[in-house]
Design a protein. Sequence first.
Length: 218
Amino acid sequence: MAGELLTEEEWSTLRGRASARRFRAKEVLFREGEPGDTVVAIGSGRVKVSLLTRSGREIVLAIKEPGELVGELSAIDGRPRSATATALEPVEALTLPAPAFLEFVDAHSRLAVRLLRVLAAQIRATDLRSAERDAGDITGRVARRLVELAERFGEHRGSGMEITLTLSQDDLAGWVGATREATSRALARLRADGCVATGRQRITLTDLDTLRGFCAVV
C-alpha cells in the first residue's frame, strides 16, 4: 500500500474488527462538526480532507492514500470532526468505532508512535502553508502544490509527468488557499511558460525543473 501508517499485519488484524465500506467518487465520508465516532482505514482510492472558512471557501488540508487513516484525530481527543472527508475516486475502506480503534492502538504501541509522527507532519505542513499564503505569490504556491502532487501521484508519460489523481481546479485552489480565478490565472502563466499542460481533471508537468524554479519565488 502507498501509505506507511499500517503494516500488512496490522491491516489484517484491523480487518477482523472493522466493517467494510465502499464510497463513490465525490461521496462524503463524514462532515466537519459531526461526532467523531468512527475511524476510516483506506484500502483503495484517495480521500480529500478539507474544511470551510467563515466566508464559505474550501481549504484542502490533505490527500489521504491507501493504508492511511481518516478521522483518527476525533477518536483520540473525543471532539467533533475538525474537517470534512470526501472520496476523490471510488474508495474501499474499513470503518472502526472510536473505542475499538483506541483499543487497537493500545495493543499496537508502534502504531501510536507512527500516529504521533503523522500528526506532527500534518501540523508542520499546515504551518508551512500558512506561511506560504502570507509570503508567496499564487503562481509560486500553485507550482509548489503541483510539484508535491507529482512527487506523490505522478507517473511518467513520454517526456512529461502526469498527475494521476482526480483533482478539479476547485480542489487545487482549495489546496493552494486561493480563489479558483486566481488559481486559473496561475495555471495559465505556467502553461504559457511551458511548465504544464492541462486537460479535464488532468495535469501534466512538461518541464519539472522550470516549475521548481517557480517554487523558489516568494
